[in-house]
Design a binder for this molecule. Structure first.
Ligand code: ADP
Length: 471
């Protein structure tokens, strides 16, 4: 099968969160299984662009509202990532430093999607599957089906994967003029509650929809930022397929960011040496268990609770632990996490910002990872942490519930709690201390989590089976 993935992110070209990791890995595994998976994303001005060579493979133009755009499709020359990588270059629109966060993001991603569909409509053959990811590519199934200029794509099978239903790409109806000509009878396939809603549109128009864990699929019918009824109505189209992790990138025995590298056999020593470096860098105590948080500092991740959790744990448990936080997001949370540093010297530190290298070092050197998310469609951090021998403390929700089993249960290995509250998280930290104080138990759990198989192999096959079922 030939599959074209359309996404706003793809590691290591451009990554903000888990979407980038998935789109950087899934196509590689699909190719290893004998298929031809390709990826197309916007051409941002990221390091990858300047470090690699590209050829222009197509040029075209389209109008979007009152503007006329020329676009180029460039292809990475050496297949460095294990799949063909195409970037859409639209001068002034997409070639920016960051992936998201601009006032004209609606226009940028609409232009990206029109360029992709326009390019695709001119291929000499058609791919078997167009697989769109999240709302940034959500208008594509509509355009392929209903825009007059692209009718030749109407029969190509489309798949939508929802990585996060909280973000939907809402646009006012005034922006409908941006879309290539379509019959106004079809407006219902764009609309949700009087707005153009690209995610809702993709749910309506794609042939099948997947979400990144079974549990999240069930939760979405109750909590999906206004789309609950649509998800319930279209439930026959939905399937939950758990994300995997790229075990070639996330392997503590060869990870170039980790020093020294370690494996299952020498994990205790290897982790300790990595922890020592982290403790020196962040003025923390090597003797105490190190709890980390890595992620977007947003409500969904319950990052707003972290300051109180850290204060309460340090004060009520006599400073028996250290905390290190890496993340960026809401400015109030960032500021609070920064301000706390001076009050908790030697117990707590943080790095505000995005830092891929430090994240790997933290997974390798920490003892415990805290993930109290209010919403977690799949979550990759807990899987990376486990591969690097770091025990996860997770709330029972979404993909966290599907991937972590409490150590109190038969064959369990992590720490699970029910509510995103300061009390529940602090109590989980208390339980973690009990594990830390029993070296035999700690070692047993570390061995168990490092042995877990969360690789892409089985999930990549499930996607291929799904494609087969709709062809
Ligand atoms: P989400 O996609 O909701 O942000 P996931 O758990 O699915 O959450 O994926 C998060 C990914 O982003 C992981 O690879 C994690 O290591 C990475 N990440 C998040 N924040 C940072 C940061 N500040 N620095 C480096 N990596 C980060």
């Amino acid at each position: 099968m030939e599959i074209l993935h359309v996404s706003a992110e793809c590691y290591p070209v451009a990554k903000v969160g888990g979407l980038g990791d998935v789109v950087g890995a899934l196509p590689k595994y699909q190719n290893q299984l004998g298929h031809t998976a390709k990826v197309v994303l916007p051409m941002y001005r990221t390091k990858f662009l300047f470090d690699h060579q590209f050829d222009t493979v197509h040029q075209g133009s389209f109008d979007m509202g009152e503007h006329w755009f020329n676009y180029s499709i460039i292809k990475e020359r050496k297949n460095t990532l294990g799949f063909d990588l195409y970037l859409v270059d639209i001068n002034g629109m997409l070639d920016r430093q960051s992936v998201y966060g601009y006032g004209d993001d609606s226009e940028r991603f609409t232009a990206f999607q029109i360029a992709v569909v326009d390019w695709l409509s001119q291929w000499k053959h058609q791919p078997d599957i167009v697989h769109v990811h999240d709302h940034h590519a959500g208008l594509i199934p509509f355009m392929m089906k209903y825009c007059t200029a692209y009718r030749n794509l109407a029969e190509v099978a489309t798949v939508l994967t929802i990585h996060n239903a909280q973000y939907q790409g809402w646009m006012g109806w005034d922006k409908s003029r941006y879309l290539p000509d379509w019959n106004s009878f079809d407006w219902g396939n764009l609309d949700w509650q009087n707005n153009i809603n690209p995610l809702a549109s993709a749910v309506k128009c794609a042939r099948v929809v997947t979400t990144v864990s079974q549990r999240y699929l069930e939760e979405m019918r109750q909590n999906a930022n206004g789309l609950e009824k649509l998800f319930d109505y279209e439930r026959g189209k939905f399937k939950g397929i758990l994300n995997g992790i790229d075990t070639e990138v996330w392997d503590p025995s060869v990870d170039p960011y980790v020093s020294p590298n370690f494996n299952l056999i020498d994990a205790s020593l290897g982790k300790l040496a990595n922890k020592k470096k982290l403790c020196e860098q962040f003025n923390l105590d090597l003797e105490k268990p190190l709890f980390i948080f890595i992620g977007r500092l947003v409500y969904e991740k319950a990052a707003d609770l972290l300051p109180q959790v850290i204060y309460d744990s340090i004060y009520h448990m006599e400073g028996k632990m250290n905390f290190l936080v890496l993340g960026s997001g809401e400015s109030t949370v960032e500021a609070e996490l920064e301000n706390m540093k001076s009050k908790l010297v030697g117990y707590y530190n943080s790095k505000i910002g995005y830092n891929e290298q430090l994240s790997h070092q933290m997974y390798a050197g920490a003892d415990f990872l805290i993930m109290p998310s209010r919403v977690e469609p799949c979550g990759l951090n807990q899987m990376y942490a486990m591969r690097y021998g770091t025990i996860p403390l997770v709330r029972n929700t979404g993909g966290l519930q599907d991937t972590v089993k409490d150590f109190g249960e038969p064959n369990g290995y992590g720490i699970c709690f029910n509510d995103a509250t300061v009390w529940d998280i602090t109590h989980a930290i208390y339980r973690a201390l009990e594990i830390y104080n029993q070296p035999k138990l700690l070692k047993k759990l570390v061995t168990k989590i490092m042995k877990l198989d969360n690789s892409w192999e089985s999930s990549a096959k499930k996607y291929l089976d799904l494609y087969q079922s709709i062809l």
